[in-house]
Design a protein around this ligand. Structure first.
Ligand SMILES: [Mg+2]
Length: 312
């Protein structure tokens, strides 16, 4: 958030008239802006197309290279980029011209010679719009995150991890290759809850998720499948890669006790893995069921181990 605020104080001036340019620059520096100055339309567009563009711009209408209004039109056509609030500066007083500028995407305009106080007030209004927009985007991102993530552990929720399985499945249907799923279950988790309480159980779940996440690659997905069960989607992996990853997670959980508010708690976990080698013979749900069967086997054989199941 601090980063956004710092960036939003930056402003671009594009003005070919040296006198007007100097006045603008001096005023904006006085008002605390971090000012980038260019003298023609082409340079202005270049600045506005950079990754780290100033979010406020004062563009002269008539400039060599490209008109301010045309620059507006071009940057408005680019979607998925940070919004730039544009004030057009114009010597034209004809209403039709101003309407055209606004229609092409300018947010506001000032006629030259401009009044300093008016410019300052309009820039403040622009900044208010940008701050509102940033707030809305942050709220939207937060909603999106909470809709797809498990509140307690921060990993994907059940719906999102199933989406990841489906995604890998259709990717595999298009191209050849395999992928794996791992179902993890904390051993005797009920005992932890019974002896230490549910708050401690929550701490254990969080720490287990954290340790599992440290083992995976950036393109794998970790999700909370149920109470103390985690589902991991291992992109592009064969049987041995998937099993090796499960073993790495098992060891990461076993290696040292979890430090909780109730003291250290020794935790172990069991893993079932399945790799989809033939899409024609199975579906995403069936693959997870196979991992579940393998997990069941790991439990039956004494827990704190990993078992494999392969689709024929
Ligand atoms: Mg000019």
């Amino acid at each position: 958030m601090i980063e956004t605020q710092k960036l939003s104080k930056r402003i671009l001036i594009a003005e070919d008239d040296p006198v007007s340019r100097r006045i603008l620059e001096r005023l904006l520096i006085k008002w605390g802006y971090d000012v980038t100055v260019v003298q023609d339309g082409t340079s202005a567009l270049r600045v506005l197309e950079t990754e780290n563009t100033p979010r406020l711009a004062v563009l002269d209408w008539m400039m060599p290279g490209m008109e301010g209004a045309h620059i507006c039109q071009l940057i408005r056509q680019q979607t998925g980029r940070p919004y730039v609030y544009v004030i057009l500066l114009t010597a034209r007083r004809e209403k039709q011209d101003l309407l055209k500028g606004l229609k092409l995407g300018a947010d506001d305009y000032l006629t030259k010679p401009f009044d300093a106080q008016e410019l300052e007030a309009r820039l403040r209004a622009g900044q208010r719009i940008l701050d509102l927009q940033d707030g809305l985007i942050a709220a939207r991102d937060e909603l999106r995150f909470s809709a797809t993530h498990d509140f307690l552990t921060g990993v994907s929720n059940r719906g999102a991890v199933f989406d990841a399985v489906n995604r890998e499945y259709s990717r595999q249907a298009r191209a050849s290759g395999t992928f794996g799923v791992i179902l993890a279950d904390l051993d005797h988790f009920k005992k932890i809850n019974d002896s230490y309480g549910h708050l401690c159980g929550d701490e254990v779940l969080k720490e287990a998720a954290r340790r599992i996440v440290t083992c995976v690659r950036p393109y794998d997905t970790v999700g909370r499948y149920g109470g103390e069960e985690f589902l991991v989607v291992v992109a592009g992996a064969n049987e041995s890669v998937t099993l090796a990853l499960a073993e790495r997670m098992r060891k990461a959980i076993e290696v040292e006790p979890f430090i909780t508010d109730c003291g250290p708690v020794a935790v172990t976990s069991s893993f079932g893995t399945a790799v989809n080698t033939n899409t024609a013979s199975s579906d995403p749900k069936m693959l997870v069921n196979l991992a579940d069967e393998a997990l069941y086997k790991a439990k039956r054989l004494g827990r704190n181990r990993s078992e494999v199941c392969v689709v024929a």
